[in-house]
Write a new protein. Sequence first.
Lengths: 283, 308
Amino acid sequence: MENRPILRSALALYTALFIGFLYAPFVVLGILSFQSGPEGGPQFPITEWSTYWYEHIFGLTPPSRVAPLPIGETLVRSLTLAFTTMVTSTVLGTMTAQAFRRRFKGSGFVFYLVVLGMIVPGVLVGLGIALVANNLGISRAWWGTAFVAHVVYTFPFAFLVMLAIFNRFDKSVEEAAWSLGVPPMRTFRKVTFPLIFPGVLSSMLFAFTLSYDEFPRTLFAAGADLTLPLAIYGTFAVEIHPNLFAFGVLTTLFSFSLLTVYGILMSISIHRAKKVAIQEEIE
Amino acid sequence: MEEARRRIQGGSGVSAVAGVAAEKKDPRARRITALLVAPGIIWMVLFLVVPMLMMVYVSFWTQKTFTIEPTLTLNSWIAFFSSETYFGALLRTIRIWLIVLAATFFLGYPTALFIGLFIKNKTIQTIVLVLCVVPFWTSFLIRVLAWRPMLGKEGAVNIVLQKIGLISQPIEVLLFTEFSVVIGMTQIYVVFMVGPIAFMLSRIDPSLIEAARDLGASTWRIFRTIIFPLSLPGVVVGAIFVSVMVLGEFATSAALSGRKVNLLGNIIVTQVGSLKWAFAAVVGVMLTAVMAIVVAALLRLADLRKEL
């Protein structure tokens, strides 16, 4: 198909426009986050460029009619929740995927049961968990009911990532360790884990970002103490101000720094794997 | 999404790779396997299957003003189907889902075609795909909100259109209408359509297309008889992703329609807000049923298992 220059350039132009469509709202959001405050509204034109709304988020501006975003506590909750969700779902995902390396009865059923967790819409999972909790007299909380709902969502991602990793994994390396008399736990730590580390890292990234940003499941399951997305949603109902845009820019930067850390760790682990391979060749 | 496909692919490959006969008979190995899968199964049953069943059960409970009682009744179900508002929400959900599905397909396919078929360099292919996925790494709610200053009466779209002289008055129907909901959802979910299709297209053997061209087939004919059929599994996977997410939506419609467009998801949220749990459960079951029908119908379009 590459020998159709006109079609090719037309599609290239279209793809550029398409990416523009994906990014346009962010550009607008980024520009408007520098609106003057506190009287500047969430729309054009920019009356005066300023960093007022960024200062507003950190409580550095004198009190005005615009209430500060309820970030402090909710951010701590969201980070804690994302971290525990990340650890739990990565452990569950690795264990389940490890089991799938052997053929066992009912593996098809288990596969679909796990994958169901990422397919069922969040609002239904949240509703169901809230109903069960209410009937058992369990009070709903972000660290309890919301946490289990988050893991239902992120565990399938971790499982699928680990499944793909184990699939490409040369079993003979482990078998060699076993036949040399290395105990299973030590084999896992010294041989298996370094090999599956990129997968573990990926599923951790998935789980953390999905949980940190998770909203529909949390809405019914979180109870009285809000997480960050719930707090943001709460500000929707009333008038919006450019502080939300400034906050959007900051969360985006936060996500990118997470991605950067992920990228660095990933390249380190690949680099190390290469070094080991070279060493083996020399020896 | 290419990732997801590859992972699913891994899933079915497992049974072929694993399973040496000797291991199967080893009771110790079987016990270890059981211990490894048990926590995952228990988690999913307790926190996904039981809650869903509970939802079905509660939909038959009696709704008192602020409480529900486990006396079985069909009242909530009758209320759903006899109410113009609620039945209307069902129809509206289906309509918006169809529009968004069509929009993501028609907007996404050309891009997928370019990425999957026209970019031969794998690195550039990955870079363009990542470029599409990057917006995904910002807060979902902020992403939705970003459309407000775009589409509003004094929004960016109106300003640009006025500047280039296409319109003299700002268009007011851009925001807080069904249109803005559709635009918002399309932008958020179109990536899920592009990924799987691009992945399937990149797997097409170039010699197949070359052979067809050598035999004198036109570009359109090649697309119709070779490229599109081979990309169909990607379309189905993308459509399942988009459908499942759009059908369960409520945040986008709440934020971009000024609460004028109520989908089934929005009804669930308002019902729970006023403690009408039984009624919320009815809507939840309806939503599940719609979703199950949609996914089953999509799966009939292509034999995914054969492809994976």
